[in-house]
Each structure stands twice: as structure tokens, then as C-alpha cells.
Design a protein around this ligand. Structure first.
Ligand SMILES: NC(=O)c1ccc[n+]([C@@H]2O[C@H](COP(=O)([O-])OP(=O)(O)OC[C@H]3O[C@@H](n4cnc5c(N)ncnc54)[C@H](OP(=O)(O)O)[C@@H]3O)[C@@H](O)[C@H]2O)c1
Length: 231
């Protein structure tokens, strides 16, 4: 059974978005922008940060109304999809067992001024999401959202077919998980550009040509095809 099939009966018929629960771990700039986009698209969303969810209540009332504040372990236990939107240097605080069997969206970038020196990421010989997948072997890690700025995520949302619609890469090893996350990306207002491996995601990272570039799907596809996995 793939991690996707282990989630709430999504193996045959795609669930209606309102019945999908997305747990967003990290309630900062990226996490709240993603949470709002999901809420506006009809998903059920919970938000957690590093401490007591009671501390998030006031912020949520103003910033992401409709999201449910939760402890991380409670949010994940009840979720169909988990979004990791915390700084990479904090990832080691998440128990791999918690994410086993889950579809996990990796929005994170390695950013030394914030993250410090983390040898596994600083080595630069593999894209960061490959390292994240290795840290969470039981999860189906899907990289998306990472190459757009939080401040562009919401203003750039467009309905399907709109001439100014932009693309978001959706990369992972588990094709069913990539398909599930692609449907989510489409629903929130972007053309998903599936990439069938995490090894080929260096072009999305800081310093890569897609990072912060606000590209169309066609432009992203060209970069995805042109970019070989990091040697
Ligand atoms: N900013 C962007 O434009 C952008 C765009 C794409 C991707 N990203 C990626 O998104 C991630 C977050 O960036 P950000 O700019 O949103 O950072 P941020 O504004 O500093 O927010 C970080 C959030 O993570 C939470 N957090 C920290 N440790 C945690 C833990 N152990 N468990 C649960 N939550 C935890 C923090 O909660 P506490 O305050 O309670 O510690 C805070 O809510 C980074 O990996 C970044 O590379 C950012």
C-alpha cells in the first residue's frame, strides 16, 4: 500500500475538497498564506506552530479565519494531507513516525541565514526535498509552493484557463500523491506541473531559475525538462 492509499480512502474516487482536511504545520508567512488559499478553495484546514494552539487563536481570527488551531500531532492524526511550512532547521523536531503513511507537502527551502549550517542540506549534492524524503521514509513527500514567495501566492491565483494563470511545480516519487497534490494546486488557482522525481528539483530551489520567478506552466515545464538532477 502506498502512503497515499493509507490516507482516508482516496485510492479510487477523488474526495470532494470540503471533505479533505489539510494540516498546515507552521503558522508563519508561508503557512498562513497557504492556509488562506486552501480555506478559500473549500478545504478544511488546521494550523499548528511550535507551541500551544491556544496561542494561535487570536492570530487565526484575524489572519486565517476558519482554520482550526491544533497541536501538531492532533492536526496530523486527523489529516488527509500534511503541509510542512516550518523553517528547515526545525524539521528535526517532527517525529518521522508521525508522518508515516501520509502525503506530505514540502514547501521548505534551505536558507542558511535562517537555518544555519545543516550538513545534510549544506552539502548541496542533492535537492533539499530528497533529504526531507530520506528523513521521513514512510511519507510520500511532494514538493510544491516552495518556489513562490508568500506575498505572491494569493495575488497570483487565477481560475483555470485564465491567460495570466501561473504554474506551480508538483514533484515527488509517488505518482498518486503527486496527482492528489496537483488537484489541490489546480483548485487553489495554479496550473500544476508534475515532476516525477525529487532528484530533479534543484531548479526550484534558491539560486535555481524557477525560484521566485512566477512562471507559466509552459515556462516551468521547459525548465523541468531542461534541468538534469544534481550530480
Ligand atoms: N516566506 C516565504 O515567502 C516562503 C515561500 C516558500 C516557502 N517558504 C518556506 O516556508 C518555511 C517557513 O517560512 P516562513 O517564512 O513562513 O517562516 P516564519 O514566518 O518564520 O514562520 C515559521 C513558522 O513555523 C513554526 N514552527 C517553528 N518550529 C515549529 C515546529 N517544531 N512545529 C511546528 N511549527 C513550527 C513557527 O511557529 P512558532 O512561532 O511557534 O515557533 C512559525 O509559525 C521555510 O522553510 C521557508 O523556506 C517560505
Amino acid at each position: 500500500m502506498t502512503p497515499l492509499q493509507a490516507t482516508n480512502d482516496q485510492s479510487s474516487t477523488p474526495a470532494a475538497p470540503e471533505s479533505l482536511h489539510i494540516a498546515v504545520i507552521g503558522a508563519g508567512k508561508a503557512g498562513t498564506a497557504i492556509a488562506r488559499s486552501l480555506l478559500e478553495s473549500g478545504y478544511r484546514v488546521s494550523l499548528s506552530a511550535s507551541g500551544n494552539p491556544a496561542r494561535l487563536e487570536l492570530m487565526i481570527d484575524f489572519v486565517t479565519p476558519g482554520a482550526e488551531p491544533k497541536w501538531t500531532h492532533d492536526a496530523v492524526a486527523d489529516a488527509d494531507i500534511v503541509v510542512l511550512a516550518l523553517p528547515l532547521h526545525r524539521l528535526k523536531t517532527i517525529d518521522p513516525a508521525l508522518l508515516a503513511g501520509r502525503v506530505v507537502i514540502d514547501t521548505m527551502n534551505y536558507w542558511p541565514p535562517v537555518d544555519g549550517e545543516i550538513p545534510a542540506f549544506a552539502a548541496g549534492d542533492r535537492p533539499s526535498s530528497e533529504v526531507v524524503q530520506e528523513m521521513f521514509p514512510g511519507a510520500a513527500v511532494v514538493k510544491t509552493f516552495s518556489h513562490t514567495g508568500y506575498h505572491h501566492l494569493e495575488p497570483d491565483r487565477r481560475p483555470a484557463g485564465h491567460p495570466e494563470r501561473r504554474g506551480l511545480a508538483v514533484a515527488g516519487e509517488d505518482s498518486a500523491a503527486v496527482a492528489l497534490v496537483s488537484a489541490l494546486v489546480d483548485r487553489i488557482g495554479y496550473d500544476p506541473v508534475p515532476v516525477d522525481s525529487l532528484a530533479g528539483t534543484a531548479f526550484l530551489q534558491p539560486g535555481g531559475p524557477a525560484f521566485g520567478a512566477r512562471l507559466t506552466a509552459a515556462e516551468l515545464r521547459e525548465l523541468a525538462g531542461a534541468t538534469a538532477p544534481v550530480a
